[in-house]
Ligand binder design. Structure first.
Ligand SMILES: [Zn+2]
Length: 184
């Protein structure tokens, strides 16, 4: 479910047509590298990113975090986020995509800041591989440290059409966020 919808903007009065989705092109950690570091220690394509530090390598996968719109069941908001996973999970996921290993649900850590929410970087998530060209799904882990976080509440409880419009206005008119996503 990834539909477009239109609404009258409270900021400029115009009608905007927006996607019910929002894509981050890179992990926050990659965005924070210098141009030189991006060339020398990182790899990036549309699905995978690695960053080689002296002590360890960081692994990231492009995934989807969905949030339902509770007062319009025809809408589902999709955040195309990056998730940090450990090396073993990264290799197991690539084996799964090659068809040589079963899908493994595991843990990861969110690697983007969702606009309009308190700090979402490094929030713990469950990582669910899907295959068939579909990005893995991620769900916030309902652990005591983050159970009250508004983004977690919105994933499990949904948000309103009104909040969807506010978010879309935020993205249409720009906010100056450092890793601001583009429209999906
Ligand atoms: Zn507007």
């Amino acid at each position: 479910m990834h539909t477009r919808y239109s609404f009258t903007c409270t900021r400029c009065g115009q009608n905007h047509v927006c996607d019910t989705g929002c894509a981050f092109e890179v992990p926050y950690h990659y965005f924070n590298l210098s141009d030189e570091q991006q060339q020398s220690i990182a790899t990036l394509d549309t699905d995978f990113c690695t960053i080689r530090h002296a002590q360890q390598t960081d692994y990231f996968v492009h995934a989807v975090l969905e949030m339902p719109v509770h007062d319009d069941p025809s809408l589902m908001y999709s955040w195309y986020v990056w998730v940090a996973i450990d090396e073993a999970t990264f290799k197991a996921y690539q084996d799964f995509l090659r068809g040589t290993a079963p899908a493994q649900k595991t843990v990861g850590w969110l690697a983007n800041q969702l606009p309009g929410y308190p700090d979402t970087l490094n929030m713990a998530v469950e990582f669910h591989p899907r295959g068939n060209g579909m990005r893995p799904l991620v769900f916030f882990q309902r652990n005591p440290q983050q159970i009250a976080h508004p983004a977690l509440q919105d994933q499990y409880g949904g948000f309103s059409v009104l909040k969807l419009r506010t978010l879309s206005e935020h993205l249409v008119h720009g906010t100056g966020l450092v890793d601001q996503p583009g429209a999906a």
